[in-house]
Design a protein around this ligand. Structure first.
Ligand SMILES: [Zn+2]
Ligand SMILES: [Zn+2]
Length: 267
């Protein structure tokens, strides 16, 4: 089994289009790419229902779409028997766990991805950047502390692009993945192997093989994601992701249904 559990629903002009008909080109593309099941994971901050969570202008400026419409677009396709799952890419904000949980509780998610794009108003993949403000070593330390917090929060089913902090190729002098892998293992959350990093300045899969090996050693489950914003990217470079997974000993992938996880043999 191969799943692509990270993509953003867009129309043919790559505009946000939370409607059932925009789902179908993604399903078609998945079939072509031999991906068995896909999951849509729109950014949580695009929805006006989540407005109260945000303080960063990048996020507050974007809360204009209706979460109900998004959910209906995906569940409509799901009910028609298409191999699609309802997910959301949720920014983790330290200290706002209860509010995040309450805001998202009413919807029939198959899974929630936990992401860290900002820490204390500073961007990981956007400006103004955390690493410019505090330096690479400290930026890495803070990023992974926050990731451990995201794991321990229990809010998420999988952690997306888990070492996003390396996106521009900057690396801490030396880094020990054991503490964050311990927190992840203890929480039961999965980690995503993402091919998006191959299309970024770092030109690498997320996460680093050493990080993934630390997860494997502790029995942490995995998902796969392309982070596609258009159908042609669905399943992109999944041969590379599979190779990485197998190289550290993974033989199964996680399938989510209404926030229940099960393992399927990795195809
Ligand atoms: Zn992301
Ligand atoms: Zn994404």
């Amino acid at each position: 089994m191969i799943v692509d559990y990270h993509m953003h629903l867009r129309n043919g002009r790559e505009e946000i289009a939370h409607d059932t008909w925009s789902v179908e080109p993604f399903v078609e593309a998945a079939r072509t790419a031999r991906v068995d099941e896909i999951g849509f994971t729109e950014h949580v901050y695009y929805f006006r229902q989540t407005r109260s969570l945000w303080t960063v202008p990048y996020q507050t400026e974007r809360c204009v779409y209706d979460l109900e419409a998004y959910v209906t677009a995906i569940t409509g396709a799901r009910e028609r028997g298409l191999p699609v799952k309802l997910g959301l890419e949720v920014d983790y904000v330290t200290g706002r766990e209860d509010e995040t949980r309450e805001l998202l509780a009413p919807y029939p998610w198959d899974y929630l991805l936990g992401s860290i794009h900002f820490i204390d108003g500073l961007g990981i993949d956007g400006k103004p950047r955390l690493l410019d403000a505090v330096g690479v070593d400290d930026g890495w330390r803070r990023y992974f502390e926050t990731l451990a917090g995201a794991a321990s929060s229990g809010l998420f089913d999988s952690l997306s692009h888990p070492d996003l902090v390396k996106i521009f190729g900057e690396r801490a002098q030396s880094f020990d993945y054991d503490p964050v892998a311990d927190a992840i293992a203890e929480s039961g959350v999965a980690v995503e192997v993402s091919t998006a990093g191959l299309r970024k300045p770092v030109h690498e899969l997320y996460p680093h093989p050493n990080f993934l090996a630390a997860c494997r050693k502790r029995g942490v489950p995995v998902t796969l994601g392309s982070d596609a914003h258009s159908p042609d990217v669905v399943g992109r470079d999944f041969d590379r992701a599979r190779e990485l997974l197998r190289s550290v000993g993974y033989e199964t992938v996680t399938v989510f249904e209404r926030r229940q996880a099960r393992q399927e043999p990795l195809g």
